[in-house]
Design a binder for this molecule. Structure first.
Ligand code: UD1
Ligand code: UDP
Length: 374
């Protein structure tokens, strides 16, 4: 019997982290032929994840260029994926989440009438410009897909509200927890001397990341200035900021934060050291999507540097607080947590609404059932 040909497409760091454990499961699954196509919308940050999970793409479109616009990515992914699909002729294409690779990869498959499975389906902020362009990317992908792998019950309900048939939606948990559980270790020792030297017990280590397009410009300036002010007010704080490789973000971070001794601007970390750094942090400040899922699972309070979130589950559980992008509010919210231990302790209670580490297993089973392989 011919094997079911499943082609996975991804291109950026977060997609790679969340799809790597799934690709490994597909490779091991009986009756499935797994084909991996990376767009390399990210280059170095993608390769770091491929190396960690020892994945070798069958196709690498290598599209990244510095200063790329959303249209540049769209055009290159559409043409590149078209050619790969014509050659591979998969039974189904799997995409993840909400990047331009995700949406355009799905569109390319739709144009060839190839089924699409959407992993991390059904997240919605309700605002098409925030996160931008991710909210629209995931809505459009949702309408191109035949199978929807929703991490939570809330994500399932969002899809039902948009008219997706319940028989096409599978609640699986988020594959990020599968990845996280593979790399976090309590006795972890970093290779990086700076990260090993930091006194995680006597200092309050604040880990931050910031990269979202809708935060470029003034909001990001506000955020960076707020962090400088926090280190001036709270001498016990040490900040570690692995800066995204986008030059706009790097230049701004260096200009505003570069001279502050308590702030360490470092290169993006491999996933294993980064996840373990989160696990040692006192507090996390971020506008990232994935980190909003990882930090609650590790019991780490996290303040989200955005005006809304598509991940309300951990906000409802009390581990995540959305604090916006105004300087004064950010300083106040961080100060409150640094000086009020009862509020901190409440946020520290570990909750994990995003899964049990078996999401990939459920996705593979759903695929086998759908294609009657089981
Ligand atoms: C992209 C996604 C965003 C996702 C984010 C994760 C889109 C439109 N945006 O945003 O949804 O949350 O990835 O990080 O799909 N760069 C490098 N090396 C790398 C990666 C990036 O040099 O490995 C630099 C390049 O100059 C590149 C720039 O960063 O042009 C921006 O990359 P891009 O993928 O366009 O946007 P992100 O902001 O990373
Ligand atoms: N991450 C990483 N190294 C870093 C910073 C982040 O491996 O230096 C991981 C993080 O744990 C999470 C993912 O990258 O799993 C988040 O990626 P990003 O913030 O780029 O994208 P988003 O989640 O906002 O889409």
């Amino acid at each position: 019997m011919n094997k079911l040909k499943v082609m996975t497409i991804f291109g950026t760091r977060p997609e790679a982290i969340k799809m790597a454990p799934l690709v490994r499961k597909l490779q091991e699954a009986e009756g499935i032929q797994s084909v991996l196509c990376v767009t390399a919308q990210h280059r170095e940050m993608l390769d770091m994840v491929l190396d960690l999970f020892q994945l070798k793409p069958d196709y690498d479109l290598d599209i990244m260029q510095h200063g790329q616009t959303i249209s540049d990515i769209t055009v290159k992914v559409l043409k590149g994926v078209e050619a790969v699909l014509q050659e591979v002729k998969p039974d189904i294409v799997l995409v993840h989440g909400d990047t331009t690779t995700t949406f355009v990869g799905s569109l390319a498959a739709f144009y060839q009438q190839i089924a699409v499975g959407h992993v991390e389906a059904g997240l919605r902020s309700g605002n098409i410009y925030s996160p931008y362009p991710e909210e629209m990317n995931r809505k459009l992908t949702g309408h191109l897909a035949q199978l929807h792998f929703a991490p939570t019950e809330g994500n399932y309900k969002n899809l039902i509200k948009e008219g997706i048939g319940e028989e096409k939606i599978f609640i699986t948990g988020n594959t990020v927890i599968d990845a996280l559980l593979q790399v976090v270790k309590e006795d972890y020792v970093f290779d990086n001397p700076l990260l090993n030297k930091i006194d995680y017990h006597n200092k309050k280590v604040l880990v931050m990341t910031c990269h979202r397009r809708e935060n470029w410009g003034e909001p990001m300036e506000n955020i960076f200035k707020a962090v400088v002010e926090i280190t001036e007010k709270h001498r016990e704080v040490e900040v570690i900021f692995p800066v995204h490789l986008n030059p706009n973000i790097r230049n701004l971070a260096k200009n505003i934060m570069g001279d502050t001794k308590a702030i360490h601007l470092i290169e993006p970390l491999d996933y294993e050291p980064f996840a373990n750094l989160l696990n040692k942090a006192h507090l996390i400040l971020t506008d990232s999507g994935g980190i909003q899922e990882e930090a609650p699972a590790l019991g780490k309070p996290i303040l989200v540097l955005r005006t809304e979130t598509e991940r309300p589950e951990a906000v409802e559980a009390g581990t995540v607080k959305v604090v916006g992008v105004e300087k004064q509010r950010i300083v106040e919210e961080v100060s409150k947590l640094l000086s009020n231990s009862s509020e901190y302790l409440q946020m520290e209670a570990a909750v994990n609404p995003y899964g049990d580490g078996r999401a990939c297993e459920r996705i593979v089973k759903a695929l086998k059932d759908y294609f009657k392989l089981s």
